[in-house]
Design a protein around this ligand. Structure first.
Ligand SMILES: C[S@@+](CC[C@H](N)C(=O)[O-])C[C@H]1O[C@@H](n2cnc3c(N)ncnc32)[C@H](O)[C@@H]1O
Length: 277
């Protein structure tokens, strides 16, 4: 058992300040024990004798790798398939029909969805299965794509693998399980290639002024991500989401989250579901 290193007030300030500056994540005093526990192994592995030494190393590292490891350890990637099911019901029963009608009217064929903060992939895979099922596996007159982004490389690697423990699929309807997963010998389940092909996984820090996208999205899912940000970061993000959403596009956030509608960017359609105005 390694000796626990003490995280002083000054060190906690330095590390939480860096995480806030670079990623918008607000680590309040109540997160001190979490920071200590999550960075403990990194410090021991790197042979650092205290948190200040580690902080200085991260700031000096021009390759950006140290910062990546830091955010990988700090970010909370909890997620599961069909999480907050009402959002997927709304998407399937209301949003999709509207999007497809608008596309057909305008003679366009690109249907674009963005999962911002996709963690280990359960959310975009749920959406891809819903889309595949909705179109009866026939995407012939539409070009459908889901962009799934996150800051954590570890989470994104897991997402791109698309292999999950059986108990992770608790909420997946059995019909979907049979149709879209391959059981592996070790008891895990692998997402089928045809579903994987709908999704593009990319690393993206949501806390930046511009995103490298050419077009707009018909729906943006950003669920259980903004809870980690403070108000100013959240507002700036909502303003950017508005910019990157197609006219009448939907922004779907986590059940426990809300956005400031006084900004005038969105109207609330249902709890945690907003439409671009
Ligand atoms: C709790 S998970 C949410 C996963 C999924 N959206 C859901 O609702 O189940 C939050 C995710 O947000 C990501 N995240 C936190 N800060 C971020 C940032 N600045 N840029 C991009 N992703 C970020 C984390 O890495 C984590 O995977």
């Amino acid at each position: 058992m390694q000796n626990a290193l003490h995280l002083s007030d000054e060190e906690f300030k330095l590390i939480s300040g860096l995480v806030y500056d670079r990623f918008g994540i607000n680590l309040g005093e109540h997160k001190r024990a979490l920071v200590m526990a999550r960075l403990h192994k990194v410090l021991h592995k790197g042979g650092f004798s205290n948190f200040k030494e580690y902080y200085e190393y991260v700031v000096r590292d021009t390759s950006g790798h140290a910062l990546l490891t830091l955010i990988d350890r700090i970010s909370t990637n909890h997620t599961f398939f069909f999480r907050e099911q009402e959002h997927f019901d709304f998407f399937k029963e209301v949003a999709l029909a509207q999007i497809v009608e608008a596309l057909r009217k305008s003679g366009k064929s690109d249907l674009r969805i963005w999962c911002a903060g996709c963690a280990s992939g359960e959310e975009p895979y749920t959406l891809a299965m819903i889309l595949s099922n909705y179109f009866n596996d026939d995407f012939s007159d539409l070009d459908i794509g889901i962009l799934a982004t996150d800051i954590s490389v570890t989470a994104l690697n897991k997402a791109a693998d698309g292999v999950y423990k059986a108990d992770k699929l608790r909420e997946v309807p059995s019909w979907y399980k049979q149709r879209y997963f391959i059981p592996l010998k070790d008891g895990h389940l692998a997402v089928k290639q045809e579903i994987k092909e709908i999704i593009l996984f990319r690393r993206l820090n949501l806390v930046r002024n511009e995103y490298p996208f050419k077009g707009q999205f018909h729906t943006i899912f950003c669920r259980n991500v903004m809870i980690y940000f403070d108000n100013a970061t959240r507002q700036a993000l909502v303003e950017r989401f508005h910019r990157y959403l197609a006219p009448d596009g939907y922004l779907i956030i986590g059940h426990s989250e809300s956005i400031d509608r006084s900004l005038g960017y969105f109207k609330r359609v249902r709890p945690s579901i907003y439409q671009k105005t």
